[in-house]
Design a protein around this ligand. Structure first.
Ligand code: NAD
Length: 249
């Protein structure tokens, strides 16, 4: 049902972004891949998804402008690129703070800034932001990430109000812990910050938050993104959908 629509998912070479891209492609959307990674693997993904690709660095204003230039007119914009850093606040490097705010929050403003004129002209658009359970609640040692995700939830509400009459909706999907490189890579720093073993981090920190005691699968987020693109979802606007096994309940 998405043929003729062009979808850009930022940070789609891996994890959740890739699963959302696959799900939108399966419904007929033209897809644009974005993010970093191994050249050969990206070439394979491009072939699998008949996708164009931009390797622009979205932690810079110029990088986002480059991506939007390469992506062309976009009907479905999924702001998904993000990174994590785990550290006690007194050791948290200010440069990491700036980078995470730039990538996890500012890039979503900037892509939207570029994408909205076409959506308004087309009279249809979908903006979907991959936020997080951390857009609703906090955890220690994640100052920049939690601040950025709360900011992303706020930005999404503004867009929802501002664009509603143009048939453009803006919503967040807020996963709990999804098993992707982003989660796997934070285990060593969490072990250090909390003085725990790897298994303790997995069971007592990560899965402890999720009443289901299971990691969310990336495909579950892809399915939710597809639903938000349907006509039946035209009145879902400014919502922040939890997919977190009950964490934020
Ligand atoms: P991931 O590390 O698997 O993927 C991140 C993607 O972003 C990759 O494609 C990577 O190349 C891209 N990226 C990173 N830095 C970039 C930059 N500077 N410029 C352009 N692209 C860049 O992570 P993921 O778990 O799939 O995370 C995707 C989103 O989901 C993030 O916003 C993350 O905060 C959010 N999220 C993840 C979880 C989880 O448990 N994995 C939970 C809640 C929210």
């Amino acid at each position: 049902f998405l043929s003729g629509k062009r979808a850009l998912v930022t940070g789609s070479t891996s994890g959740i972004g890739l699963a959302i891209t696959r799900a939108l492609h399966a419904e007929g959307a033209d897809v644009v891949l974005s993010g970093f990674g191994d050249e050969e693997e990206i070439a394979k993904l491009q072939e699998e998804l008949s996708a164009s690709y931009s390797g622009a660095d979205l932690s810079t204003t110029e990088g986002v402008a480059q991506l939007m230039e390469e992506a062309g007119d976009v009907d479905i914009l999924v702001n998904n690129a993000g990174m994590q850093f785990v550290s006690p606040v007194e050791d948290f490097p200010p440069e990491k703070w700036d980078k995470i705010i730039a990538l996890n929050l500012s890039s979503a403003f900037l892509t939207t800034h570029h994408a909205v004129p076409h959506m308004k002209k087309a009279g249809w658009g979908r903006i979907i932001n991959t936020a997080s359970a951390h857009s609703k609640v906090a955890s220690p040692f994640k100052a920049a990430y939690v601040a950025a995700k709360h900011g992303l939830a706020g930005l999404t509400k503004v867009l929802a109000l501002e664009l509603a009459e143009h048939n453009i909706t803006a919503n967040c999907i807020s996963p709990g812990y999804v098993w992707t490189p982003l989660v796997e890579n934070q285990i060593p720093d969490t072990m250090k910050a909390r003085n725990m073993s790897r298994d303790e981090v997995i069971n007592e920190v990560l899965l402890d938050s999720q009443p289901t005691k299971k990691f969310v699968q990336p495909e579950e987020i892809g399915a939710m993104a597809v639903f938000l693109c349907r006509d039946e979802a035209q009145n879902i606007n400014g919502a922040n959908w939890s997919v977190d096994g009950g964490w934020t309940a």
